[in-house]
Design a protein around this ligand. Structure first.
Ligand SMILES: Nc1ncnc2c1ncn2[C@@H]1O[C@H](COP(=O)(O)OP(=O)(O)OP(=O)(O)O)[C@@H](O)[C@H]1O
Ligand SMILES: [Zn+2]
Ligand SMILES: [Zn+2]
Length: 806
């Protein structure tokens, strides 16, 4: 009897979100399972592509010839039942293609790498082609040795059927294997070999003696033996030839944290509020009950300890734990803490790891060798099978939203998985998103509160410096005398300082002082950013780079002004004012290299610097006991952005960064330089009054019809020609008017505020709605139909709950 399988294929522009049916060749019938990756032929050219088995069928109603599955890539399924259901939901909820959802669930190392090879069918070809093949049957088509002339000839040979192009599908990254040996002889035979040795064969004697001391049949890494005995690869090879041992390759994990020495720590004795929160969470773990909790705790209140003890409880119940942190800048501190409690049971998944490292961590989780997973956004897909608790730390962070397809929010996925596993989900923050806080209010979520700092101190005092008056008399353009004085004070006391530069919506640029000309990117509608370290002007959107102009490209004037404040510029200003201060700068430039985050933070923690100067990335989660002063250089830059979340982001950022001060015994103090001291977000951040901020902002959102009162979906079109992009979005707006009820609103269509990026023009509209019965279906159709346009280069993006309105 013939068997069939439904397969979702990896063909980007031919997605219908429907699987294709293939015949399972009889030799595969007992091997193929749902959730495995296979290779199939696709389209008229029968191109080889990767696919995922979604169903196995005993019969099909399809007429005509059906293509067979060509090969199987997995021995066991890489996606289980939960993963298949999750991919289904994700595709529908985020308006994504099924294939991108299935791929999102796996480490990128397991994504297909497509290779082409060539095989000669005859020797009747030019000498040049023959040399190319030498004694090989098959060569790689992408080989650098093949120049374009030769390439053209190869293509001609293919057409004449003298050469065959074969496509292959491979994993991007392979399992790392290292050499090992296995002893095969028993004691008696080894002794016999020893007696046959010549006097001079010293190395061989060492090897035989070593073999005598290890068990028969066990794999032992060559590297380990080398370290102990000084034997080398040649000696092992000789041993193998003589039949003393067998050489094999064994799998080895790449361990990203091998060099970190972490001391074990014990659980702290919980404070009453922590105790109460932990108990409520643990009750749900015990009863296998799904419940979402908001853990709202002021900065420094000890939310982490609540997480750790709940994780410990889940493990005690034989369950697993999954914890998300927003950014890799936070992971070194959190990792160390989690590892100090749970040791080898912890796996890390974050964007700072190489593909191979992520792949290895993923497999440790899949094999149940790690039961606690800590990681950034995509770690939410970790292949845990028995989850007892899911934690989303700093749940308000926008980095939880993925900006490419599938455009999911990790918090939504966390709640989906919490339901699937019948376990609690903890959303923790000192400044919860309005959405989450509102749901806690309405009792949709449980609400746990920590209102006191764990050290018993009050929150640090926050002072505003009114830059409208102070800027003119400031000792440096970006540092007021008030700020300078308190920094000096703290340095004298040998305490540490954190200074934050708010860079959102802002960049440093050059302008001609004579004609006002601003140097812009040739590909995008945005000014180029000045980078002193590379002495160049760079576009942050497309990567374009050019030299700093010596004279104005427009009027040839020589008076070029440098505007705005970058961290680099502030570092120079600071160093001039405080020549002996040791300053560490932390921004995208100083943290690009792998492990740089961790190194900088460790240095600061070890008091090798007095001042940590950085961008947003230093605002959250960091816990340095000796930091007593936090300075914010520019509070306002985000306020002016055309985004209804601008004030929420400002409030959160200021509250979070203020929370870095005074976390141990010493009292903390915060200074915020601002041009808008009367703005409510800044004033309430000064008071560190989240509750009052929440009610005020909710009133404004209600009045404006914004989330959490309304849902939003953003649609964007883009094309190399402006008219086409605009036409498409207006056409969609027209269709939407037919689909939507009178209750919904469409904002736009408008060009995006940065209309051109990398020579593409962007148009967008935003739908605000509460309950639209026909909207989903329309958008699903729009997505599928968009592919015809996509093949011509016209792109469409549907983004549910967008974070970026600019
Ligand atoms: N029960 C406890 N007893 C003593 N110290 C505690 C206790 N709980 C937490 N701490 C200490 O309080 C400090 C702050 O805790 P933690 O970093 O967890 O705060 P947080 O709530 O995560 O704050 P933030 O939102 O600012 O990141 C840490 O140094 C921690 O060790
Ligand atoms: Zn000029
Ligand atoms: Zn650009």
């Amino acid at each position: 009897m013939k068997m069939y399988a439904e397969v979702i294929v990896d063909v980007a522009t031919m997605q219908t979100n429907q699987p294709y049916t293939y015949v399972i060749p009889s030799e595969f019938v007992n091997q193929i399972e749902v959730g495995m990756r296979v290779v199939v032929g696709f389209g008229r050219g029968n191109r080889r592509v990767q696919g995922f088995i979604t169903k196995i069928l005993a019969e099909t109603t399809l007429a005509g010839p059906i293509k067979p599955i060509l090969s199987i890539q997995d021995i066991t399924p890489v996606l289980n039942t939960e993963a298949m259901l999750l991919a289904d939901w994700l595709a529908k909820y985020t308006f994504s293609f099924k294939i991108s959802c299935l791929q999102a669930l796996l480490p990128s190392a397991m994504r297909a790498k497509y290779l082409k090879t060539l095989r000669l069918k005859t020797q009747d070809v030019s000498h040049e082609v023959l040399t190319l093949f030498e004694d090989k049957d098959e060569i790689n088509f992408d080989d650098d040795k093949i120049c374009s002339n030769l390439r053209a000839e190869l293509v001609r040979l293919c057409k004449k059927d003298k050469l065959e192009i074969i496509s292959h599908v491979k994993d991007k990254v392979q399992v790392k294997k290292v050499p090992a040996i296995i002893r095969i002889l028993d004691d008696h035979d080894l002794q016999l070999e020893k007696s046959k040795l010549r006097q001079t064969a010293a190395k061989q004697l060492v090897l035989l003696n070593y073999l005598l001391n290890i068990p028969v049949g066990k794999e032992i890494l060559q590297a380990d033996i080398q370290a102990k005995t000084g034997l080398t690869a040649v000696n092992f090879k000789n041993g193998a030839t003589k039949g003393w041992l067998r050489q094999v390759k064994v799998e080895k994990y790449r361990n990203p944290y091998m060099d970190v020495n972490i001391k074990a720590t014990k659980p702290l004795k919980l404070l009453p509020q922590q105790q109460e929160a932990t108990k409520k969470i643990n009750d749900e773990i015990l009863q296998h009950n799904h419940r979402v909790f908001l853990l709202q705790g002021v900065t420094g209140s000890g939310k982490t300890e609540v997480y750790l003890q709940s994780i410990a409880y889940a493990l005690k119940q034989g369950k697993q734990a999954l914890m998300l942190v927003p950014e890799i800048s936070l992971t070194p501190q959190i990792t160390r803490l989690v590892k100090s409690r749970f040791g080898q049971d912890v796996a890390m998944l974050h964007s700072g790891l190489s593909e191979g490292e992520k792949y290895d961590e993923w497999r440790r989780i899949e094999r149940k060798e790690a039961n606690v997973v800590v990681g950034t956004r995509s770690a939410i897909f970790a292949p845990l099978t028995n989850i007892g608790i899911i934690i989303v730390d700093e749940e308000h962070e926008s980095s939880y939203k993925q900006e490419d397809m599938p455009r999911y929010h990790a918090r939504d996925v966390a709640i989906w998985r919490g339901k699937y596993h019948d376990c609690p989900v903890i959303l923790g923050s000192a400044t919860p998103s309005l959405e989450t806080r509102a749901r806690a209010q309405k009792n949709v979520y449980g609400w746990l509160q920590l209102t006191q700092r764990a050290n018993g101190n009050a929150l640090p005092q926050v002072k505003l410096v009114d830059m409208r008056q102070k800027a003119r008399f400031a000792p440096a353009p970006d540092i007021s005398s008030d700020l300078l004085q308190v920094i000096q004070n703290r340095l004298n006391k040998k305490e540490q300082v954190v200074l934050m530069l708010n860079r959102r919506g802002y960049s440093s640029f050059v302008m001609c002082r004579e004609c006002g000309f601003v140097l812009k990117c040739p590909n995008c509608d945005i000014s180029l950013t000045l980078h002193m370290n590379t002495r160049s002007m760079r576009c942050h959107y497309c990567g374009h780079e050019e030299a700093i102009p010596q004279s104005c490209p427009s009027c040839r004037g020589k008076h070029i002004g440098y505007y705005g404040t970058g961290t680099e510029k502030i570092e120079t200003e600071l160093q001039e004012l405080l020549p002996t201060a040791r300053i560490l700068r932390m921004d995208v430039d100083t943290t690009r290299r792998k492990g740089a985050h961790e190194r900088l933070l460790t240095e600061f923690g070890e008091k090798k610097a007095d001042i940590l100067l950085g961008t947003q990335m230093i605002a959250k989660g960091l816990n340095f006991p000796n930091v007593t002063l936090v300075g914010v250089l520019n509070a306002d830059t985000a306020l002016e952005l055309p985004d209804f979340r601008a004030s929420e982001k400002t409030f959160q950022l200021l509250t979070q960064v203020s929370g870095r001060a005074g976390r141990a015994e010493k009292k903390g103090e915060v200074l915020v330089q601002t041009f808008n001291p009367d703005n409510y977000a800044i004033k309430l951040a000064q008071a560190q009054n989240y509750e009052q901020y929440f009610s005020k902002e909710m009133r404004l959102r209600h009045r404006g019809g914004y989330p959490p009162y309304y849902y939003t979906i953003q649609i964007t079109t883009s094309f190399s020609d402006e008219v086409t992009a605009a036409k498409k979005i207006f056409q969609i707006a027209e269709q939407l008017k037919q689909v939507l009820t009178a209750e919904a609103q469409i904002l736009g269509p408008t060009p995006r505020s940065i209309m051109r990026i990398n020579n593409r023009y962007y148009y967008q509209l935003v739908i605000k709605y509460k309950n639209e019965p026909k909207l989903n279906e329309y958008l699903q159709k729009l997505l599928i139909h968009s592919q015809k346009d996509e093949r011509k280069g016209l792109k469409l993006i549907i983004d549910r709950d967008p974070r970026n309105f600019i």
